[in-house]
Design a protein around this ligand. Structure first.
Ligand code: 13P
Ligand code: SF4
Length: 318
């Protein structure tokens, strides 16, 4: 970064910090956001930690630097607070893979099934859901459901298959996926393992089954981070969105993290393991949204009233 750019970044950080104080605002950031966003955040976490923390803070304004469904979840849990999101276009391919009307039709075909939805869903989908889960608590929550419960699980097929395998359930799985986690290259991972014998592979459960089969630790972003902090190992191979490497490196400066690259698909798409939606959060946009108190997240109160119980159920079972 040139010195002019450095000056601009530090000036923006100062302005954001002043506005935060003036407006009694708190900034939340997911681990997949840009390093400079994580640096200015009051709370950094995975989707479960962010939702839990939102219910505990005393503030007038909550700024959610993540993706759209995270802002929605925050607004549903904190209806009396002003929830700002730096960019309303920061979506999620996984949430997009399950439309509420399609889920409603699927539910109608399986009236004896309850619905367990991953937190990466719209408020409309959460309103059709019995209990929400995140990758941190999915196993724990499914284990608490009656053994004979018939369950629809969505939208992430990879996470659902993994949870079926570790719980012995036979949940009916929605066929959704995250475009970042489903494109890691198995060939590249096998090559990395060969070049780095004995080095543990850490993967997020949204990765495809062949990647998970080659992994030593499977967990949410938070769980993977905690593992790198607690482990005495010095090197790790990481199969998840690369934003987490910033926090891993910050927490463990003496350790080395080797990211698994994605499959190379010719022509289209990003050839990196970054979520472009998460990267839409920039310092300029955080500053602008605090200054103008816009864009503000709104959730239809009727939808929020139905969605909140499935999220509250998750928080009480976590
Ligand atoms: P976490 O629940 O681990 O935060 O994951 C959320 C997400 O969007 C993963 O792609
Ligand atoms: Fe959604 Fe995937 Fe981005 Fe997570 S990494 S926010 S699941 S698109």
């Amino acid at each position: 970064m040139s010195s002019a750019e450095q000056e601009k970044v530090s000036d923006l950080k100062d302005k954001i910090s002043k506005l935060k104080q003036e407006k009694n605002a708190v900034i939340f950031a997911h681990y997949y956001t840009r390093p400079e966003i994580q640096e200015i955040a009051d709370f950094i976490g995975d989707s479960l930690a962010l939702a839990q923390q939102a219910t505990r803070v005393q503030a007038d304004i909550l700024v959610m630097c993540g993706v759209h469904f995270m802002g929605e979840t925050m607004k549903i849990l904190c209806p009396d607070k002003k929830v700002l999101v730096p960019d309303m276009n920061a979506g999620c391919s996984l949430a997009d893979s399950c439309k509420a009307e399609d889920l409603a039709a699927f539910k109608a075909q399986h009236p004896d099934h309850m619905v367990v939805s991953y937190v990466n869903t719209t408020a409309d989908v959460k309103a059709l859901t019995d209990v929400v889960v995140t990758s941190s608590n999915a196993k724990k929550i499914i284990d608490q459901l009656p053994k004979d419960a018939k369950i629809i699980f969505g939208p992430d097929h990879n996470l659902g298959s993994y949870i079926n395998s570790v719980t012995g359930r036979d949940m009916l799985l929605w066929n959704g996926a995250c475009h970042v986690h489903s494109r890691f290259s198995l060939e590249a991972l096998l090559q990395l393992k060969k070049e780095n014998p004995g080095v543990e592979v850490l993967a997020h459960p949204e990765c495809k089954a062949p990647i998970l089969a080659q992994s030593d630790v499977i967990g949410s972003t938070q769980a993977l981070l905690q593992h790198t902090i607690r482990s005495s190992a010095k090197r790790f191979i990481i199969a998840t969105e690369s934003g987490i490497l910033f926090e891993m490196q910050r927490a463990c400066p003496d350790k080395e993290f080797i990211p698994v690259p994605p499959e190379v698909t010719e022509g289209v798409g990003c050839s990196c393991n970054e979520c472009e939606y998460m990267r839409m959060n920039t310092l300029d946009k955080v500053y602008a949204c605090l200054l103008h108190e816009s864009p503000e997240m709104h959730v239809d109160p009727a939808v929020a009233a139905r969605a909140v119980s499935s999220i509250q159920r998750m928080l009480s079972m976590s």
